[in-house]
Design a protein around this ligand. Structure first.
Ligand code: ATP
Length: 293
């Protein structure tokens, strides 16, 4: 498999008037990976993706998609599927017409019925877009991104407004496309989805790439947490911790397995019940909460 990056962003800057929305941003997306571009509100994700998708000119810096300037739409567009946050469909078109139109615009070919089946809109094919529910519209947006099985797919908040079975169906389709070599760029505020699926994460904050790496790389810099309640008059704990607002003991640790073992052995030996015991590795949510703190 080629190791030439599918997307290469080098010292990208983007300003809106006096406002510097993206600052010296550099990152790459490799062939076949799922790269999640995450961040706080207003971090600059959409602005960055608009440049990478060829919709917006950078103020400075370079962006290459398959080695080309993304504004070279004739070359790049047929290879790229885009699911935007807001769909731009004409409300008067039917579902079938909308999917067909996208085919013509992107110059990809596909079987409209196959795509409608994949997003479970076969029985809505003749209906006008204006008559679709929010979740159905979102599935239509997804259909346009996967039409013609593009090599690179941008998914901007793909599962917002979808019920659980529609979400599962979207991810099953994404998984299948990845098995066939597709590269995915995901933005989402559902951190759970990124945590489960991203090969690498770029975490943006105030226009810059605050952190980048695999989930394990991002979370390993923060301690894991053990929480429990103790009965009154318990003997002295074998490790140090704080007490939270609810009176529970909170132990932060970089050696979770070892400390948990120590704690459980101590509890057993002293016949102490550790009520509401919880222990877990750091989650992506915690990495987010630590931004700016
Ligand atoms: N057309 C515009 N004109 C002026 N400022 C803009 C424009 N578009 C975005 N901004 C500002 O640029 C910053 C980055 O916006 P952007 O939409 O890229 O962030 P984001 O990371 O996608 O945010 P969110 O998670 O809230 O969708 C924000 O402060 C926003 O207010």
């Amino acid at each position: 498999m080629s190791t030439t990056p599918v997307i290469a962003v080098d010292r990208l800057n983007l300003t809106y008037g006096d406002f510097h929305a993206v600052r010296d941003l550099t990152f790459e997306v490799r062939p076949g990976e799922l790269y999640a571009l995450l961040g706080t509100n207003g971090a600059g994700k959409t602005s960055t993706l608009e440049v990478v998708e060829g919709h917006r000119n950078p103020t400075s810096g370079t962006v290459r998609v398959f080695g080309n300037d993304p504004r070279n739409r004739r070359v790049v567009r047929p290879r790229v599927g885009v699911m935007l946050q807001e769909s731009g469909f004409s409300p008067d078109l039917t579902v079938r017409e909308s999917v067909g139109l996208i085919g013509r615009l992107t110059r990809r070919t596909d079987d409209v019925d196959r795509v409608l089946d994949l997003v479970d809109l076969t029985d809505r094919a003749g209906r006008q877009v204006s008559q679709l529910s929010g979740g159905e519209k979102r599935r239509l947006d997804f259909a346009t991104a996967i039409y013609g099985t593009p090599e690179l797919i941008f998914l901007d908040e793909p599962t917002t407004g979808l019920d659980i079975s529609s979400r599962d169906a979207v991810w099953a389709t994404v998984d299948r496309m990845r098995e066939n070599g597709a590269t995915i760029v995901l933005t989402t505020h559902y951190l759970e989805e990124a945590q489960q699926r991203a090969d690498r994460i770029g975490l943006m904050h105030q226009g810059t790439l605050h952190r980048e790496g695999t989930v394990a790389e991002l979370t390993r810099t923060l301690p894991a947490v053990i929480r429990f309640s103790l009965p009154t008059a318990a003997p002295t704990l074998p490790l140090s911790g704080d007490v939270d607002a609810d009176g529970r003991v909170v132990v932060e640790t970089f050696t979770l397995q070892q400390d948990l073992h120590l704690l459980l052995r101590w509890a057993q030996e002293n016949a102490v019940e550790l009520r509401d015991l919880q222990a877990g590795p750091t989650r992506l949510d915690d990495v987010f909460r630590a931004i700016g703190s």
